[in-house]
Design a protein around this ligand. Structure first.
Ligand code: A3P
Length: 319
């Protein structure tokens, strides 16, 4: 992996660079901004621009593959858990030995741009995830006809979730408003990890309108509002619809419970004790809609809402 990644370093060095709010450099590639190395795993190449380039060159999708695509902090962990639980529901019982009760959803569904996947592609089992923008996806994902599920979320909540997530790694105790302002400015301008969250959503939204049978477009708020309906929609789309008997037995509700914030956040305590593994709790903060109002000023809210309205005009994106 490190050898594969090494060959892209020279290309990255030629790209436009800007510092983001943490002072880390981001590089602009195909219209989106990336780290050269992920901020908390700099010794690894996961989520780095080099890993994105490597997956563009080396990843070969199968027609039966299902990709869970997201901008970070939009509900990736939840979507991974649901898709994994739906797909594997005949293999595991819902008790304490279920993989989602003993490990993290990120261990069950790998990202194609992560070192874990690149080093061990065989563990993917047809269900994969990515943060790569639609227009930069490895070409075989589109040409093979594989299916993509995308989940979007109110950009205000995405921003605040990201801010908390990243703060855990740079200075857990900081409540410095200047850092929030700096992060806000970078997020609003799209000079943020994986680029503009709005442009990320727009790429997948346009594709989903053009190829609705290949791309399912979900949203976090609707999942919270009507999980049963959304889970059934997801199961149908990924080719594992619930039978009438399963529905009558309450299988949909079982899966929703297994993948609930409470259950997942309490799972995998043993995993957290493993050295060099990102602790599970980093992926679970509050899991509610609208928490951003508790952190953003009225002016910040207005600015983000204005960008959202303008950017999403005519795309019927439910936020
Ligand atoms: P908050 O920071 O607003 O709480 P991602 O998985 O894309 O990194 O997104 C993380 C966000 O999803 C966090 O939001 C996290 O708390 C929330 N989340 C994680 N698991 C969830 C679940 N099972 N149900 C609802 N929200 C969940």
């Amino acid at each position: 992996m490190s050898i594969i990644i090494e060959q892209y370093k020279n290309t990255v060095a030629t790209l436009p660079m800007q510092k983001t709010w943490t002072d880390a450099p981001l590089y602009k590639y195909e219209g989106f901004w990336y780290h050269q190395g992920f901020w908390f795993q700099s010794e690894y190449a996961s989520f780095s621009l080099e890993a994105v380039m490597a997956s563009q060159d080396d990843f070969h999708a199968q027609p039966t593959d299902v990709f869970l695509a997201t901008y970070p902090k939009s509900g990736t962990t939840w979507l991974k858990a649901l898709a994994f639980a739906i797909t594997n529901r005949t293999k595991f019982s819902y008790g304490p030995t279920h993989p989602l009760a003993t490990t993290c959803p990120h261990d069950c569904v790998p990202y194609i741009e992560s070192e874990a996947y690149i080093n061990n592609p065989s563990y993917a089992n047809g269900l994969l995830a990515t943060h790569i923008p639609y227009t930069s996806l490895p070409k075989s994902i589109i040409s093979s006809g594989s299916r993509i599920v995308y989940i979007c979320r109110d950009p205000k909540d995405v921003f605040i979730s990201f801010w908390h997530f990243k703060k855990k790694y740079i200075d857990d105790s900081s409540t410095d408003p200047i850092m929030l302002e700096k992060a806000f400015e970078c997020f609003s301008k799209g000079v943020f990890e994986f680029g503009s969250s709005w442009d990320h959503v727009i790429g997948y939204r346009k594709a989903s309108l053009e190829w609705p049978d290949k791309i399912l477009f979900l949203n976090y708020e609707e999942m919270k509002r009507d999980a049963k309906n959304e889970v059934k929609k997801l199961a149908n789309f990924i080719g594992h619809p619930f039978t009438e008997e399963e529905e009558a037995k309450g299988e949909v509700e079982e899966i929703i419970k297994l993948c609930s914030f409470d259950k997942l956040s309490k799972a995998s305590k043993d995993r957290d004790a493993t050295p060099n593994v990102i602790s599970n709790d980093i992926f679970f903060r509050k899991g509610v809609v609208g928490d951003s109002v508790n952190h953003l000023t009225d002016e910040m809210i207005q600015i983000l809402d204005k960008i959202t309205t303008e950017k999403y005009e005519g795309l019927d994106i439910p936020i």
